[in-house]
Design a protein around this ligand. Sequence first.
Ligand code: 5AD
Length: 365
Amino acid sequence: MPNTSVEQILSRPALSKDELAYFLTTRNKQEKHEIFLRADKVKRQYLGNQVFLRGLIELSNICRKDCYYCGIRRSNEGIDRYTIDRDEAVDLAMYAWKKGFGSVVIQSGERTDKAFVDMVTDILQGIKQKTGNELGITLSCGEQSRETYRKWFEAGAHRYLLRIETSSEELYHKLHPSDDIHSFKSRMECLESLKKSGYQVGTGVMIGLPFQTAEDLAGDLLFFRNQNIDMIGMGPYVSHPETPFAKFSKFILPESERLDLSLRMIALARVLLKDVNIASGTALQALDRNGRIKGILSGANVFMPNLTPEDCARKYLLYKDKPVMTDRAEQTIKNLEDSLATFGQVIGYGKWGDPKHYFKRIMNN
Ligand code: 5AD
């Protein structure tokens, strides 16, 4: 970019779609270096040096949706479906609490039946009661009615993550069947409904999808800002052989480039959005065994150790080579702690680590 230094451009309060697309793709090493430097600076300035832990519980791989890219899609008959029962889910959350994780994320395939809605409510109440309201809870259980969102909020969940998957409506239609339960419009309405219900709201996208352009991804970053969202969870697309999208796997970027693109997305999200929470997701780990730590060092501030019991985690295969991690092994956290220390960062044990952006958003509303 002639005449203006990269640092100057990245320090502006706003960046254009073209500028973002440029930074997502530049092959100039110095420019790339400046992106990560700026992300690190912004992260320290706005959030300090703490990284927050969320114990991840993959509650069920039963899903009513049929997304073309996802391994647990309804039509995939090759997988064993499971649901962790109420008591086991509460026990996993108790484990997180005792380890000082601060929060848990309960993630699940999308189910809207009463039995499921009631079970989640019961789990939330159980966790709140057994931890004396000390453990923060994020839900990631897909599109639900406003009533269900309210019910879960009242039962104790205070954050909700619902990925938009892509903010390009055109690409969204390529990724999903065209029917009532896969509509872009409903997804947008759910994000709105979550905000109205009082949640700290997160969204995110997949990176390196077939047909996706740098402009689409730049548009996603602007979407996060325009939607005033509090949290971001995004990661690389990884093909799954038992999905309709597997046929496009030869058209996607090689793994190392998809990883690089994902890390740039994290860094640019930090530069643009500043005070939001950004998670370093599991899919990064599928492309690189230090993927999640690289995410943290690129601007993310939330790390999600997977607490799902191994037999279930093996069945929660959203994509190929999803690492079956049971981070209950002390070693994962120890490794994270050691790597963070090298970069002057620490784990915020026992803290909820709510996104600062949320408090600003509700003050201004
Ligand atoms: N690659 C990467 N992420 C995926 N997800 C689903 N399938 C894949 C895939 N093949 C992500 C989606 C979804 C979340 C539960 O998992 O973003 O929202």
